[in-house]
Design a protein around this ligand. Structure first.
Ligand code: GLN
Length: 200
């Protein structure tokens, strides 16, 4: 089993290390031929507008959309969550996403004053708490009407954003507003590796 990390932009190294810590073989994916060699794909945190433009420039945009539509498992953190969302609020002009998860996300949702914060997160399927690191993060504004099988895995549990959805799964697609790859806790990557294994 090989898990790719989309390596156009963002915190590729941190995701690669987290995946290797849970026993996955990894491949940095920069071109469509590399995409063919992976069983699942991580879309890192970074900047969703840059990732969109680079994916188009490197002829990766349509191939990734197609693999996702064909059921390839993917996990997106932060900008990666935006890339997997079907709809985006506060998007840049013309901004496109790969899509796949029937949600509407809001970019930079936590506001400028508190654009970065950390706090405990309880996550369905993981015992105890995770340390949530949010950096100019999106939140899930809503699950799209009529969406089938979108599972809310985590919500903010304190402060002004209490109740906001910050982790979801729909089928083989997983997304978090926060960055588990920046903590030493690799359990979310473990959940994703299990999902990729099960989908093979
Ligand atoms: N604000 C960024 C965006 O819109 C996401 C930030 C991140 O990935 N840490 O893409």
């Amino acid at each position: 089993m090989t898990i790719g990390v989309l390596a156009l932009q963002g915190d590729v190294r941190e995701h690669t290390a987290a995946l290797e810590a849970v026993g996955a073989r990894t491949l940095a994916v920069r071109r469509a031929s590399e995409l063919d060699a992976v069983d699942g794909l991580v879309i890192p945190g970074g900047e969703s507008t840059a990732m969109w433009k680079l994916a188009v420039a490197f002829d990766m945009f349509d191939p990734i959309r197609k693999r996702l539509a064909d059921g390839m498992p993917a996990y997106g953190s932060c900008a990666g969550m935006i890339m997997l969302a079907d709809h985006v609020l506060d998007a840049a002009e013309g901004q496109l996403t790969f899509g796949g998860i029937s949600i509407t996300v809001r970019r930079n949702a936590f506001g400028r004053q508190v654009d970065s914060f950390e706090g405990p997160i309880s996550f369905t399927g993981i015992d105890g708490e995770l340390h949530g690191v949010f950096i100019r993060a999106p939140w899930v504004e809503s699950v799209d009407e009529g969406a089938d099988g979108v599972e809310v895995l985590a919500r903010v549990s304190g402060g002004p954003a209490t109740g906001r959805i910050v982790a979801v799964r729909q089928g083989n697609l997983l997304a978090t507003s926060f960055h588990p790859e920046l903590t030493g806790d690799h359990r979310v990557h473990g959940v994703f590796a299990d999902l990729v294994r099960a989908a093979r």
